[in-house]
Write a protein that binds this ligand. Structure first.
Ligand code: EPS
Length: 353
């Protein structure tokens, strides 16, 4: 399975091409709505106030409501491109923003907002993964879901999956939501931004997906998650916490009725173990903020940059569906690759739960 996206945040449209999806999967344009709304701006007062319709048009690869096996092209027309900072930001480099490195690499300053470095690009990842999530669920009973696991210094005090979809933060502790609202309101007032951590898990992944050396499931998952704009850290399973663990603690012991823990995050030697596949990402604080920062302009002169316009005080608030999307796309790819190499040949040893 390959997915590529195209389009700029302030261009006429964004889109993606999904190649390699098996034929026969029922999919309609209305099925993209739920996940696109989960990711979108302007759906709560705690995110950017750009209001996009995010209406998906299926251009190819689907006939009479079913995938045909040919490349699936999806298109979303941008409807609310124009930002207050339009015209200003192309003259300066925002400290901490990709506009500096894009300029160094290409020598072209695209005036259309953040262009490809904008969080808008992630819309099409989420759209593509609607297909992957559905295929994984129908074909393998796999469910991919995530939640916000930390925002700034705040961590959930309790955990309940049912709470996650009931608040605009994807926060698993309903009792803390009012405090989070106050926190983000104060942050926005101060003109600053903050980082966040998102946890994502895939349940129902059978053992055997992945490859032992090149194309390990965990290395491809890490790469896919790291490719999300603003991601600065990725962990699989216990991740960096493993540094302080003993082998006797980290190893996941096996009994006849299953594993007793999941420190490995469901992947051993690059191949799924049959346990839930778990990963986390950290997104940096949004670089477009109202607090002046020293930088340079296109003429190479020192300037103080303040970014006005519509920006997220914490881009991680909207990142849960994006992390789910990258997990789902990588898993679908590996499911297809596993089937291509091993067919239905299963493990010779008994599988454990
Ligand atoms: C973004 C800036 C804002 C956000 C945008 C990401 O857009 P604009 O430059 O038009 O004000 O609204 O996010 C989206 C539009 C989206 O769909 O995620 C940025 O600088 O990354």
């Amino acid at each position: 399975l390959t997915v590529t996206t195209f389009g700029e945040s302030h261009g006429p449209a964004i889109g993606c091409v999904i190649d390699g999806c098996p034929p026969g999967l029922a999919i309609g344009a209305d099925e993209f709505r739920a996940d696109l709304d989960r990711r979108a701006t302007g759906r709560s007062r705690y995110t950017s106030q750009r209001h996009e319709a995010d209406e998906v048009e299926i251009l190819s690869g689907v006939y009479q409501g079913k995938t045909t096996g040919t490349p699936i092209a999806l298109l979303i027309r941008n409807t609310d491109q124009r930002s207050k900072d339009y015209g200003e930001i192309e003259q300066t480099f925002r400290p901490g923003h990709a506009d500096y490195t894009y300029w160094q690499k290409y020598g072209i300053r695209d005036p259309r907002g953040g262009g490809r470095s904008s969080a808008r690009e992630t819309t099409m990842r989420v759209a593509a993964a609607v297909i992957a999530k559905k295929w994984l669920a129908e074909r393998h009973g796999v469910r991919v879901r995530g939640h916000l696991a930390q925002i700034g210094e705040i961590r959930p005090a309790a955990f309940d999956w049912d709470a996650v979809e009931q608040n605009p933060f994807f926060w698993p502790d309903a009792a803390q939501v009012p405090a989070l609202e106050d926190y983000i309101n104060a942050l926005r007032k101060s003109g600053d931004s903050v980082g966040a951590r998102v946890d994502v898990v895939a349940e129902g992944v059978p053992p055997g997906w992945g490859e032992p050396i090149y194309g390990k499931l965990d290395s491809e998952l890490a790469s896919a998650l790291m490719s999300i704009n603003a991601v600065k850290g990725v962990e699989i399973g216990d991740g960096f916490a493993a540094v302080a663990q003993r082998g006797s603690e980290h190893r996941d012991e096996m009994h006849l009725d299953g594993f007793t823990s999941n420190h490995a995050g469901g992947i051993l030697g690059g191949i799924s173990s049959g346990q839930p596949v778990t990963a986390s990402i950290v997104l940096k604080p949004t670089s477009s903020i109202l607090i002046p920062g020293h930088s340079l302009n296109l003429a190479g002169e020192p300037v103080d940059v303040v970014t006005k316009g519509r920006h997220d005080p914490c881009v991680g608030i909207r990142a849960t569906p994006i992390a789910e999307a990258m997990m789902a796309l990588v898993l679908m790819d590996h499911a297809l690759r596993h089937r291509a190499q091993c067919g239905d040949v299963g493990a010779v040893a008994p599988r454990i739960a």
